[in-house]
Design a protein around this ligand. Structure first.
Ligand SMILES: Cc1cc2nc3c(=O)[nH]c(=O)nc-3n(C[C@H](O)[C@H](O)[C@H](O)COP(=O)(O)O)c2cc1C
Length: 428
């Protein structure tokens, strides 16, 4: 099939892992050739250094902050509030601010490496509303999440489009967590004219918008399309095209999602503890095969299932492979329904490409969906994944995302004909 004809389902199928595909193409790369993972606009743009004592700055800063710096094999690594497949960080965040006290109305790039905002566009009677919420004007914040896809396709090739979308979903989750901590309501949007917006933001074929978050007061007032072009700035130091990723993005951008009524979640976490938790979130690298309590398991799942504030929606179903939860017999479950009993540690480890985390955790979760919009479904899977990280960590449970699994064998094991989008391991 020519790449230009691929839809979400067809893309998902062509990017499946199997035992054979992983043997033939194990994705080995020379680390020295990794493209840069921080985008920096040229020096002449005006910058605003983020000051964490200012609540607006703190809100923006926590959406994308570097939370740990470490040296690994002589190279410095900067880990962030949002997890990322292979720590390649393809996502970028832009924020439009209008009517925000002390800040010039404009579109800003969050420059993560230098902890500042770069003003890339000043607003007059124009703005991002024209693309993302036509005929309305937002007094407040409009966030855009985008992907500089070569950072991920460099290693993961055709499968990287999945990771770009999952990573975008995690980044949306990080924005939601910062909004919760700063008591700002948000709404996620996935169905809008992304292709025109990419062109007007000067992204060429090298970066693409995946989603949007609105936080502010909505007024009935049309806003013009951006009156001036924004120059292209490359998010990596070099670039190699991946036609499959570009075509998959283009075709799946045109597919609208299922729709639902907007509903907000209601969490009552201790905000100070939750802030510490956002700051300290990490992927666990090894589990000790310890059990977790039934109570905490249900607490995590219940909080994860709270409404997601968006009208553009795809349902994410969660299957649990219980290995060691006190009070629950081992087996495959969907919610409380036992599909099959048994000890599936070894099987789950194998399905996740022989990753010990999937074998040694207390429970492995699989997210599946019967979607209309592939982009929305994958991002919501990432968003739910971010909740799993934050809520598990909040209640003292460790967690890791798992994007690599044998697709068809996992689907057969789960006894579903829906696509398996993502997996997560939680335990101790
Ligand atoms: C979409 C996605 C897929 C991932 N897949 C795996 C995986 O298959 N195996 C694994 O060990 N870690 C996986 N991770 C975890 C990343 O390796 C981790 O987020 C990254 O190294 C950054 O570390 P941190 O999460 O502690 O900040 C994944 C993360 C994401 C967001």
């Amino acid at each position: 099939m020519p790449h230009s004809k691929i839809s979400g389902k067809a893309y998902h199928d062509l990017s499946k892992h199997s035992y054979l595909s992983v043997q033939v193409n194990p994705n080995y790369v020379d680390a020295a050739t990794q493209p840069t993972s921080f985008k920096v606009y040229p020096r002449f743009y005006r910058r605003l250094q983020l000051n964490r004592n200012n609540p607006i700055h703190a809100f923006l800063w926590l959406t994308s902050a570097i939370t740990l710096e470490k040296i690994y094999k002589d190279s410095p690594y900067k880990l962030r509030v949002n997890p990322s497949a292979g720590a390649l960080y393809p996502t970028e965040v832009y924020v439009q601010m209008r009517g925000v006290e002390g800040i010039i109305d404009g579109i800003y790039h969050i420059e993560v490496e230098n902890n500042c905002l770069t003003l890339i566009y000043e607003l007059i009677d124009d703005g991002l509303e024209n693309y993302v919420i036509p005929n309305k004007c937002i007094n407040g914040f409009i966030f855009l999440v985008s992907c500089v896809y070569h950072r991920s396709s460099w290693k993961y090739q055709d499968r990287s489009f999945r990771y770009c979308l999952l990573d975008s979903g995690h980044h949306l989750g990080a924005i939601a967590a910062s909004a919760y901590l700063h008591e700002n309501n948000i709404q996620l949007r996935f169905d809008f004219d992304k292709l025109t917006l990419n062109a007007d933001l000067g992204f060429e074929n090298k970066e693409f918008i995946t989603s949007c978050v609105i936080s502010g007061e909505v007024q009935e007032k049309p806003v013009r399309r951006l009156r001036l072009p924004i120059p292209f700035v490359c998010g990596t130091d070099y670039f190699q095209v991946n036609q499959c990723v570009e075509d998959a993005y283009q075709t799946t951008s045109l597919q609208p999602s299922h729709q639902q009524k907007l509903e907000h979640p209601e969490f009552n976490f201790d905000r100070e503890r939750f802030l510490e938790n956002v700051w300290n979130r990490r992927s666990i690298r090894r589990f000790q095969k310890q059990s977790i309590s039934e109570n905490i398991y249900w607490q995590i799942l219940q909080a994860v299932r709270q409404p997601i504030p968006t009208e553009n929606f795809e349902e994410i179903e969660i299957y649990s492979v219980v290995h060691d939860i006190e009070g629950i017999s081992p087996g495959l479950y969907k919610n409380t329904h036992l599909i099959k009993a048994g000890n599936f540690r070894e099987k789950t480890g194998y399905l996740c490409i022989n990753q010990a985390i999937a074998r040694d955790c207390a429970v492995t979760l699989f997210f599946v969906s019967d979607y209309l919009s592939y982009q929305t479904a994958m991002q919501l899977a990432g968003f739910v994944g971010q909740r799993v990280y934050l809520f598990s960590n909040y209640w003292g449970i460790d967690c890791s995302a798992i994007g690599a699994f044998y697709d068809d064998e996992t689907q057969a094991f789960l006894e579903t004909n829906k696509d398996v989008l993502y997996a997560m391991a939680i335990g101790k």
